[in-house]
Design a protein around this ligand. Structure first.
Ligand SMILES: [Zn+2]
Length: 251
């Protein structure tokens, strides 16, 4: 999207432009930003929606799935009319309804190292909205290699985890410092077997979008080197320091 502000854009974003930390300079940064969202499910839906509303100029969405009936309690971009249709197609239509000027690129595939390598350079910020550790590790490794900013979300039952990895800074710990692949069963985050409350997905996805906007604007206190753990059943929110693991992949 053109990052120049005309009268209509100033009105559209007026309520955030008046924020001291944003202003017209911040809004231009948002308009010029490029964000890649991996997975437009429970987490990716609010991420795509709020980043679109905030004015992110280029949004890439990766997903290979079609909308199913059991997605509707939490995946807020979709309705009964979306069932059986490709998520990337519906997500693009919904983003365009919010703001037709956003450049939306859709990638209908299951993410792997080959296709990720082809597209990652086109984006500055990556959002992980996937539900499995295999893809989370893949994103961790590529974002580290290409020095990207990665915001990872994970949800299960009533709980959510959020990580922000600013790999522009080589010293920060990575996902592998916290989770060791050998200790993880791939279906650990599987909503099918574990269950998930829809609002939990909405809250964690919204925090991921919030973290991305803060990174674009370079404002506030980030989560670099920390994990945010939310127990939404008992309302315990904890920030835990991540330690760099000796001999980790990220050393
Ligand atoms: Zn590491």
């Amino acid at each position: 999207m053109n990052s120049q502000l005309n009268k209509s854009l100033i009105e559209r974003f007026s309520r955030q432009i008046i924020l001291k930390d944003i202003g017209t300079i911040g809004q231009k940064k948002i308009l010029a930003s490029k964000v890649l969202i991996i997975g437009v499910g429970g987490l990716g839906s609010p991420v795509a929606e709020f980043l679109s509303r905030a004015g992110v100029g280029t949004i890439g969405i990766v997903d290979n799935d079609k909308v199913s009936l059991s997605n509707l309690h939490r995946q807020s971009l979709y309705t009964s009319l979306s069932i059986g249709k490709l998520k990337v197609k519906i997500a693009k239509e919904e983003i365009k309804k919010i703001n037709n000027n956003i450049k939306v690129k859709t990638y209908r595939f299951r993410l792997d190292s080959k296709n990720l390598k082809k597209i990652i350079s086109d984006y500055d910020y990556i959002v992980d909205g996937t539900d499995n550790f295999k893809t989370k590790f893949l994103l961790n490794d590529f974002c580290l290699k290409f020095r990207k900013i990665l915001v990872t979300g994970a949800i299960s039952k009533f709980d959510g985890h959020i990580f922000t990895f600013n790999f522009e800074n080589k010293k920060i710990p990575c996902l592998r410092c916290f989770f060791q692949e050998s200790n993880i069963e791939d279906d650990l985050l599987n909503c099918e077997s574990e269950g998930i409350l829809g609002t939990v997905a909405g809250i964690i996805g919204s925090i991921q979008a919030n973290e991305i906007l803060k990174k674009i604007l370079n404002i506030g206190k980030g989560l670099d080197g920390y994990i945010l753990i939310l127990d939404l059943l008992n309302l315990n929110f904890r920030k835990v320091k991540l330690k760099k693991r000796k001999n980790c992949f990220c050393k």
